[in-house]
Design a protein around this ligand. Structure first.
Ligand code: MN
Length: 492
């Protein structure tokens, strides 16, 4: 949970200025932390820790930060000048996300008041430069946020970084439950699970579908009725026979029990491995996603994990984050767009109106017609994200998209759907996405931004590719070529 995390505020200084100045710096450090917390613009608390004056103080603080599970990152700032050689030992061992807040206590230069005492106390402009150099020299992944600390836009940028840092903490503890293997012959949903655990922390393991069926058989009538009440409250139920809906309730209860017992926050399954199950989970997976679990279809555990991480990063926001798939295009000249959907499993957090539960045959596989939620996604700016395994390294691809109001009602399409225009335009956007090797499965989010995904990839030390309004296939190809060399050198 977002509220379980905190960020440690570390103010850099030195002994040169005397105790009076250091007392003032410490007081102001605590005041800034307190006012940032009161602003309502940060998702987690900032905790003022220390005005650091020595190598030992900084090294000890980093040691504590590394081992404190609540600490999701450190925020540094230099009110005065803090010689950076005293930061080397600490920063070199830092294992938590790191943000440098380049700000100053006063907003304006006080014309009448300013004298050399004021200059000695208020030196952020050069103190923060000395501090920035050492992080650059150490090649540390970090975010620099500059501007006046009471400014809402600065606080919001800090808050956005905090959410990305929480995504790092969440990722490092994430377990993914696989029901069945990857869909036969599919390449892009494969990946090196050992490499992913080393890089991103994910524990990706498999559990037998037969065990899930045993859990389903053990579900009680009382549990089923309670689950049906949850569905009745949130969704519009079909008229008449509810057998298929009850069956989804049974699947959801059983999957949730297994996920929670193993502390897994994401899962994948495949329609090719449903032995002993009568329906592919549809409504069941959709409702689990709305509770924050990540999901990936056809054994796609990478997209399942990314869905869970991006949901954790956007906790408490209301735009929605969903497992998604590029399905089909509308290529009418001047009004081109993409239609995203899935066989069943799109998260209702992106729904425009109250979702309907409907029961339809799947048209693929050999099971009973599954109940699923049907709805339109809402309009708005969003991103789609895909993590692919390039062999030896991971690449995170993120594209800006604009979701549009449903352009047609598609009365015979029995699945949740959303339409969007990708940046920079449909054809160029496809060319860039395909060139970068992006998957058909993505995470679509209205809440997480491309900049946050860039920060997350940076903190995770994986390749990041952004397709936005200014991207051209020519520039992208060159970027991919250079990055390929850079990442190979980095691996040496
Ligand atoms: Mn799929």
């Amino acid at each position: 949970m977002m509220k379980d995390y905190e960020f440690w505020f570390v103010v850099g200084s030195q002994f040169l200025y005397g105790s009076e100045v250091l007392d003032t710096v410490a007081k102001r450090g605590a005041e800034i932390a307190e006012k940032l917390n009161q602003s309502g613009n940060l998702p987690c608390n900032v905790v003022y820790k220390v005005t650091a004056k020595t190598n030992q103080e900084i090294t000890e603080l980093v040691r504590q930060a590394n081992f404190d599970a609540r600490c999701a990152g450190i925020i540094t700032w230099c009110h005065t000048f803090s010689p950076s050689k005293m930061w080397i030992n600490g920063l070199a061992s830092l294992q938590k996300p790191y943000c440098h807040l380049a700000t100053q206590y006063n907003r304006e230069i006080p014309n009448e008041e300013i004298d050399m005492d004021f200059m000695n106390l208020n030196q952020s402009a050069h103190g923060d430069r000395e501090h920035g150099f050492i992080a650059a020299r150490l090649r540390m992944p970090r975010k620099v946020v500059a501007g006046y600390w009471q400014e809402e836009s600065v606080q919001k940028r800090l808050g956005e970084w905090m959410r990305a840092a929480v995504g790092v903490a969440f990722s490092k503890n994430l377990s993914v439950m696989r029901f069945g293997d990857n869909m036969r012959e599919v390449a892009v949903t494969e990946g090196d699970k050992v490499e992913v655990q080393i890089k991103l922390g994910w524990q990706v393991n498999t559990w037998p579908v037969g065990t899930l069926v045993e859990y389903m058989d053990a579900v009680t009538d009382a549990e089923l009725e309670a689950q049906m009440d949850i569905y009745r409250n949130a969704y519009t139920l079909p008229q008449g026979d509810l057998t298929a809906v009850y069956y989804q309730a049974r699947e959801e209860i059983a999957m949730k029990k297994m996920l929670d017992e193993q502390n897994c926050k994401a899962f994948s399954n495949t329609f090719q491995d449903l032995y002993g199950m009568q329906q592919l989970p549809g409504l069941a997976s959709q409702h689990l996603m709305s509770l924050g679990y990540g999901y990936g279809g056809e054994g796609d555990w990478k997209v399942a994990a990314m869905t869970a991480i991006m949901k954790a990063m956007s906790e408490g926001m209301h735009g929605g984050t969903a497992f998604m798939e590029d399905y089909t295009y509308h290529l009418a000249k001047g009004n081109e767009f993409s239609l995203g959907a899935h066989m069943l499993e799109v998260c209702p957090s992106i729904a425009q109106d109250k979702p309907r539960i409907e029961v339809h045959p799947l048209g693929i596989g050999d099971r009973e017609a599954p109940a699923r939620l049907v709805f339109e996604g809402h309009a708005g700016a969003a991103i789609v994200v895909s993590l692919v395994d390039m062999g030896g390294r991971l690449r995170l691809i993120c594209q800006d998209i604009e979701c549009i109001p449903a352009a047609m009602d598609m009365p015979n399409l029995p699945v949740a759907r959303v339409m969007w225009k990708p940046a920079p335009d449909l054809a160029t956007g496809i060319e860039c996405w395909v060139t970068a090797g992006g998957a058909h499965h993505t995470v679509l989010s209205y809440d997480v931004t491309a900049e946050q995904m860039r920060q997350w990839a940076n903190m995770m030390q994986i390749e990041y590719v952004h397709i936005g309004a200014d991207t051209t296939p020519e520039k992208l190809e060159e970027e991919l070529f250079l990055k390929d060399i850079a990442w190979k050198l980095r691996a040496l």
